[in-house]
Design a protein around this ligand. Structure first.
Ligand SMILES: *Cc1c(COP(=O)(O)O)cnc(C)c1O
Length: 388
């Protein structure tokens, strides 16, 4: 049998449709209007590739780019991204000098004022900061008790020309459960914190709080700017709503090709532990993706689309591979090494969703795409180009 020559890059691909990213940004921008959109591209754009996603998002109308680490923002600046950038998670070892030098906005909770002021002094250039208030999530941010003092210190440094306070922000704890009362409480605390900052004479450019679920379900959380992560990748933050119902399109397709396909007898054990045994003579398809590629080991039963049929993974998922039971040969159905196997995608051709893999792994869609490892080649397509 002559299998097609498969290039190395085609063996394992996360194919990212940049036009889907643009469509999602435009949709979220419509929902958030008149608030502006920050495209959140931390963790290599949830596994999609930070630089291409940031560019596509800016083309589609995002006006800010957000990341967790200063190092992630520095890499975006180095790649030529000139839009306002915000980084919000630091340690005393973070490169605050690089943030000031790169004109990167820094979200801060309090202790960062000192190293930032030092960097600003050394470079004779003010540090741009967004003051974070912890309105209930219990992670980063100033406590309400310390907020007045924090704002006062920031104003003092701003008066000395060492700081420019650009924004006030906070992060929501239960926005994916839109009717929980804690969100109302967080919003109330946020409005109070903003008022304190404004009363202290700070002329804020942006107040921001909303993540993807709050963009979609809490218009009262939009303020001037929304921080959109999951939604720009076309995934739904709500268990009971599909991306399509939200006007979103999944951007990533995870595909590979069968590494083997062979006939086995009944009672053939499959993979480590032999937790699956064939019930009849059948064929086993070997899918060359495993937990080293970011497929959770626990996700036995996860769906794989092969030649128009969806098969659950049987037996343990190993480091490099997993197995599907393809059933007895039915005439020549063409299944062979090299036949395409799709784990998830937008669903146009019946391929499974990221959410089905999340269910199989007992996790959320965020984690499935973000964990796809560097061993899987990222490939960029542009369905706008295809349609043109
Ligand atoms: C990751 C993150 C976001 C984006 O959240 P999504 O739910 O993916 O939209 C927004 N703000 C902060 C502070 C974050 O850490």
């Amino acid at each position: 049998m002559n299998s097609p020559a498969v290039t190395v890059a085609a063996e394992r691909q996360a194919v990212v449709d940049l036009e889907a990213v643009r469509l999602n940004v435009r949709q979220l921008a419509r929902v958030a209007y008149p608030a502006k959109v920050m495209a959140v591209v931390k963790a290599d754009a949830y596994g999609h590739g930070a630089v291409p996603v940031a560019r596509a998002a800016l083309e589609a109308g995002a006006s800010w780019v957000g990341v967790a680490h200063i190092s992630e923002a520095v890499a975006l600046r180095a790649a030529g991204i000139e839009a306002p950038l915000l980084a919000w998670l630091h340690t005393p070892g973070s490169d605050f000098e690089a943030a000031v030098a790169g004109g990167i906005d820094v979200g801060i909770s309090g202790w960062e004022l000192e190293p930032l002021a030092a960097a600003a002094r050394a470079q004779e250039r003010p540090a741009r900061v967004h003051l974070k208030i912890d309105t209930g999530l219990g992670r980063n941010g100033s406590t309400e008790a310390e907020w007045d003092r924090f704002v006062g210190e920031a104003v003092e440094l701003q008066d000395q020309g060492l700081l420019r306070v650009v924004g006030v922000f906070s992060h929501l704890a239960v926005a994916d459960e839109p009717h929980r009362p804690e969100t109302d409480l967080q919003l109330e605390r946020f409005r109070t914190a903003v008022a304190v900052a404004e009363d202290a004479g700070i002329d804020l450019e942006v107040r921001h709080m909303a993540n993807t679920p709050a963009i979609l379900a809490r218009p009262d959380a939009h303020f001037d700017l929304v921080r959109a992560g999951l939604g720009i990748y076309g995934l739904s933050p709500f268990p009971d709503q599909t991306p399509a119902e939200l006007g979103l399109r999944p951007a990533m397709t995870l595909r590979t090709v069968l590494a083997n396909c062979k006939q086995v007898p009944a009672d053939q054990g499959v993979s480590y532990g032999l937790h699956y045994r064939t019930s009849r003579p059948t064929r086993l398809g070997l899918v060359p993706l495993g937990y080293a590629d970011g497929i959770p080991r626990i996700a036995t039963g996860g769906p794989v689309r092969i030649s128009g049929t969806t098969y659950p993974v049987v037996g343990r998922i190993a480091m490099d591979q997993m197995v599907v039971d393809l059933g007895p040969a039915d005439g020549d159905d063409g299944l062979a090494p090299g036949t395409e196997a799709v784990l998830f995608g937008p669903g146009d051709d019946g391929e499974p969703s990221v959410d089905e893999w999340a269910a199989a792994a007992g996790t959320i869609n965020y984690e499935i795409v973000t964990r796809i490892s560097p061993r899987v080649t990222r490939v960029y397509t542009d369905s706008a180009g295809a349609r043109a």
